[in-house]
Design a protein around this ligand. Structure first.
Ligand code: SF4
Ligand code: SF4
Length: 299
C-alpha cells in the first residue's frame, strides 16, 4: 500500500444488466474500506433512475440538493416562426409548428442552444426541477445519492450533480446504473477503475462482453467480480483469460449471503471473512491502476 494513489482512487461499480449484485458489491466495498483505511471513503449512488444504496447503508441524510435544468420559455409575441430553434435541437424537445412553438420538457437536456440561435430573443430560460441529490453519512461513509424525478429521462444533470461530491483525497466508490448506455457512461467516465459485476451464465457473459467493450472505449481499466459463483463457467473463464481481464473476487452462491441481503445487509453482514476479501480486492485494484498509470478521476 505504498502507492500515493491508494487513498485517492475513484472506482466505479457497473454491470451489463440489473440484478447482478452491483450495489451489494459497491456498498460492501465502501463498508470494508471505511473500517480498514484511514482515508475518507465516499459512496456515490449514481444509479439515478433506481438508486437503492440507501437500503444497504441506511445513511442519515443531512441535506437534499435540488437539481434543476434551464428549459426554454417562448414568447410567441416575439416569435417570427423561423424554426431555427427546432432545427438546432438534437433531441426534438422543441418544435415549431405553424404559428406555435411547442416544448417537451421531459426530453429537454437544458443545453440552451435554442435560446442562443433564436434571432428575436423570443426564448428565455427558466429553471425546471428534474431530481435531487441527498447528502449524508452512513457509519463513517460520506454518502451521496442522486435520484431523478418520475417523468424525466435526462439522467446526465443528476449524475453530474452527484459526481460533484467527489472529493480530493478520498476513496470514491460510484454505484453506476446497469447496462452500457449513456447513464452508465456518465457515471463511469473519468474513473480510475471500473469493477464489472457479472454472473457465470451465458447471458451474464454476453452482457459482460458489452460492458468490457464500453469500459475500454472509455479508456477506463476494468476487472470482474463474479457473483453467485457456483463451480465457475468455463466459457466465461476462458474469455476473461484470453482478454487479460482479472477476476478480482468471487462471491459464491451461499445461503448466508442471500439471507444477509434479504435483511438489507451487505457481505459484511453475512460473514467477517469478506472484510479481508474486499480489502484485498481494493489492493489489487490499486496495483492495477498504478501499473496502468491510469489518469485520475478526480475533478
Ligand atoms: S435547451 Fe437544448 S435540448 Fe432543450 S429544447 Fe432547447 S435546444 Fe432542445
Ligand atoms: S428560433 Fe425563436 S423566432 Fe424562430 S421559431 Fe424559434 S422561438 Fe420563434
Amino acid at each position: 500500500m505504498s502507492d500515493a494513489r491508494v487513498d485517492n482512487l475513484t472506482i466505479a461499480v457497473a454491470a451489463g444488466k440489473g440484478g447482478t449484485g452491483k450495489t451489494l458489491i459497491s456498498c460492501s466495498l465502501a463498508q470494508a474500506l471505511v473500517r480498514e483505511q484511514d482515508a475518507t471513503v465516499q459512496l456515490l449512488d449514481c444509479d439515478v433512475e433506481e438508486p437503492n444504496a440507501d437500503i444497504l447503508l441506511r445513511p442519515e441524510i443531512a441535506e437534499r440538493e435540488v437539481v434543476n435544468i434551464l428549459v426554454p420559455e417562448v414568447d410567441l409575441n416575439r416569435c417570427t416562426h423561423c424554426k431555427r430553434c427546432a432545427r438546432v435541437c438534437e433531441v426534438a424537445a422543441i418544435a415549431a409548428v405553424g404559428q406555435a412553438v411547442l416544448t417537451f420538457y421531459d426530453l429537454c437536456s437544458g443545453c440552451g442552444a435554442c435560446a442562443v440561435v433564436c434571432p428575436t430573443g423570443a426564448i428565455s430560460e427558466a429553471p425546471l426541477r428534474i431530481g435531487e441529490v441527498a447528502h449524508g453519512a452512513a457509519d463513517g461513509i460520506d454518502f451521496h445519492q442522486g435520484r431523478i424525478d418520475v417523468g424525466h429521462q435526462r439522467s446526465g444533470p443528476v449524475t453530474a450533480a452527484t459526481r460533484r461530491a467527489i472529493a480530493d483525497g478520498a476513496v470514491t466508490i460510484i454505484d453506476a446504473p446497469p447496462g452500457t448506455a449513456c447513464p452508465m457512461q456518465e457515471a463511469v467516465d473519468g474513473s480510475d477503475f471500473c469493477i464489472l459485476v457479472t454472473e457465470p451464465t451465458p447471458f451474464g457473459l454476453a452482457n459482460l462482453r458489452e460492458a468490457v467493450g464500453t469500459a475500454r472505449r472509455m479508456d477506463v481499466p476494468c476487472g470482474v467480480v463474479i457473483n453467485r459463483d457456483r463451480d465457475g463457467y468455463a466459457e466465461m473463464e476462458q474469455w476473461l483469460e484470453s482478454e487479460g481481464i482479472p477476476v478480482l473476487m468471487r462471491v459464491p452462491e451461499r445461503r448466508e449471503i442471500a439471507e444477509a441481503y434479504s435483511r438489507g445487509e451487505t457481505l459484511l453482514g453475512a460473514s467477517d471473512e469478506w472484510l479481508d476479501e474486499l480489502t484485498d480486492m481494493y489492493r489489487q485494484i490499486a496495483g492495477l491502476v498504478s501499473s496502468e498509470a491510469a489518469p485520475s478521476g478526480k475533478e
